[in-house]
Design a protein around this ligand. Structure first.
Ligand code: PAF
Length: 271
């Protein structure tokens, strides 16, 4: 595996290839990332993974600081997976140039996580737009756990007529049901159990509301989550995954999207 810290050296290498399959990450690699990488490798193009904890997408300094980092362990794993290239840029490498394309931020960026994490999606789109200009990947692999992010990146690519194709990958879960996330590394064993209980409660609720939508009583559900050990709930809403509109009628295809805290750890998922 070749490791690059500088975009010019990376770009020289990319020119020698037939195209790149790109897996952007912020490190703290887990089973979800492994699954993205395995799918990327199936394209037979060179797989490039990036590790960059992007400060611009964190709305709180403390959250940026406590975001799990373990580059040594990540590198070991990526070598084992026989990843071709790893890009670990500095802040200047990413932000020290003016991109040709302007970020397109769809209005749905104001909903769900966008409402509770001011500037978050602006930060995500900013960094992804820059990565795309540097790498010009043929494919970009993204997980459905961060569905709103995935949706907004797709909209940006469509609007700006970028030729990279987004490959949507299913959410990978721990044995206890919770979605794999780097943030899980900040949960204690007992907090993991709380997260798992919340997941199972919401999954069975989703099955019930499919049959009887009047059971979707937000205040009651929020109270139940607090009882199960959540400390704060940002949102709990049903959204149509195709057009990313809030579902008002039960017969529509939808996922239940939620974000909540266990102490200081913020967890999101959609089921
Ligand atoms: O999902 C993530 O890990 C990040 O938001 C991404 C896409 C790597 C951009 O920093």
């Amino acid at each position: 595996m070749k490791i690059f810290k500088d975009k010019h050296t990376l770009q020289k290498e990319i020119l020698k290839t037939e195209g790149i399959s790109f897996v952007p990450t912020m490190g703290g690699l887990h089973k979800g990332h492994i699954s993205l990488i395995k799918q990327s490798k199936k394209t037979k193009l060179k797989t490039l993974v990036s590790i960059f904890v992007n400060p611009k997408q964190f709305n709180k300094k403390s959250d940026f600081k406590s975001y799990p980092r373990n580059t040594k362990k990540d590198i070991k794993l990526l070598k084992k997976l026989m990843v071709d290239y790893l890009y670990i840029p500095t802040f200047k490498d990413i932000y020290g140039f003016k991109p040709k394309s302007k970020v397109f931020l769809d209005k749905s960026s104001k909903k769900l996580c966008g409402k509770f994490r001011k500037g978050h999606f602006e930060g995500v789109l900013n960094v992804v737009n820059r990565f795309i200009e540097i790498i010009k990947p043929r494919y970009i692999f993204l997980g459905k756990k961060d569905y709103q992010q995935l949706y907004l990146i797709k909209k940006h690519i469509e609007k700006r007529k970028i030729r990279s194709k987004i490959v949507e990958c299913k959410t990978i879960r721990e044995n206890n049901g919770i979605a794999c996330s780097s943030r899980n590394l900040n949960l204690s064993k007992s907090q993991m159990i709380i997260a798992s209980n919340i997941f199972h409660y919401l999954r069975s609720l989703k099955k019930k509301i499919k049959k009887n939508y009047s059971l979707f009583n937000i205040n009651k559900i929020k109270k139940e989550l607090i009882k199960l050990g959540a400390n704060k709930i940002d949102y709990l809403e049903n959204y149509n995954t195709k057009n990313f509109k809030k579902v008002k009628k039960p017969y529509k295809e939808y996922n239940l999207f939620f974000a909540y805290y266990i102490k200081k750890v913020r967890l999101i998922d959609n089921i």
